[in-house]
Design a protein around this ligand. Sequence first.
Ligand SMILES: O=P(O)(O)O[C@H]1O[C@H](CO)[C@@H](O)[C@H]1O
Ligand SMILES: [Mn+2]
Ligand SMILES: [Mn+2]
Length: 403
Amino acid sequence: MARAFLVVMDSVGIGGAPDASSFYNGDLPDLGANTLAHIAQACAAGRAETGRTGPLHVPNMDRLGLGAAMRLASAVPFPGLDSAPQGRWGCAAEISRGKDTPSGHWELAGVPVPWDWHFFPDTQPAFPPELSNYVAEQAGTQGILGDRHAPGTAIIDALGGEHMRSGWPICYTSADSVFQIAAHEETFGLDRLLDLCRAIAPRLHAMKVGRVIARPFVGNPQDGFNRTPNRRDFAILPPSPVLNNWVQEAGGTVHAIGKIGDIFSMQGIDTLDKGPDAQLMQHLSDRVQNAEDGSLTFANFVEFDSLYGHRRDIAGYARALEWFDTQLGSILPRLRDGDILVLTADHGNDPSWPGTDHTREQVPVLVSGRGAGPLGQVAFADIAASIAAHLGVAAQGPGRSFL
Ligand SMILES: O=P(O)(O)O[C@H]1O[C@H](CO)[C@@H](O)[C@H]1O
Ligand SMILES: [Mn+2]
Ligand SMILES: [Mn+2]
């Protein structure tokens, strides 16, 4: 019997998106952004030497076909990563009009986003007054703080003290279709923050804002503020059944690891394991050991994006890739006959690029368990169709199996 493992390396793009010039970081289009190639260039040039050294070393992914996929996706040159591929390899371009996590994951799961997301303008205020008033009313405060585009770590540094004094929630957004609320876990209260986000989510979803995100933090103005792992995303539901649902409908079990639970609002998911990426890797390893025949294990590793991409930390991103590759090296040999592991990404987040937002890019598609050879340029939705075909499950989206 077959099993499938779909592993998303959040934001590990490989450039070359055909529509990159219509996506922006501030005023600058994403044309030319290339997360992996620019990291590989920086490593080779000795510009990523913090906590690691030398050329980017990801031999396990490269043996699956990573370097070959990068060369297929774009003409951006980079050194190394030139192993002869032993897996199936290709690249994929997204069609949904969003370079965010839900758009990417829904489309990977077979369902491109059929609507235009609502994005808040990069102005101050960013939110319409009726919305700000509604959020304050739900929070039981006289107003909100923030009301602008911002990186989440910078805005708590700037407004954390005022938030503690006034009790007003810090509301901010980004180039993603998101409404984020940062609040102090102790002075505002974690449960109160989660209740607030849950309460306002239906109104934001009705506006086609993809997610309301709770961003709890701790600390004080003297010693500084830190976000905690208690982030929660309240996401709009996918418009139609996705890969997880297809597998469940056919009687298979679906194991989610990491943000997958939030991204799909727990639809079509039997089990969920969360935690930092190091723990998620252990969960993935455990699923390779114990997942049932006919099951899908769907994992997201978010720290490439959240800890390094948005923070424009090239060396940190390279360290995370090298750690991930080493771990993958101990997982791949444990796959059984009949297993397939698909390694891909949901969008880019080039740490060498101006701004702090995601970058529109193609993603790698690397397949272990179904021989070797090129897949070419495929669609995100083809990944879901291929996994469905591998599991013998009926696919419902526009994707076509490449297997
Ligand atoms: O800067 P932080 O708060 O991490 O925000 C990032 O995380 C959010 C959701 O992925 C996006 O808005 C992105 O900008
Ligand atoms: Mn993402
Ligand atoms: Mn992100």
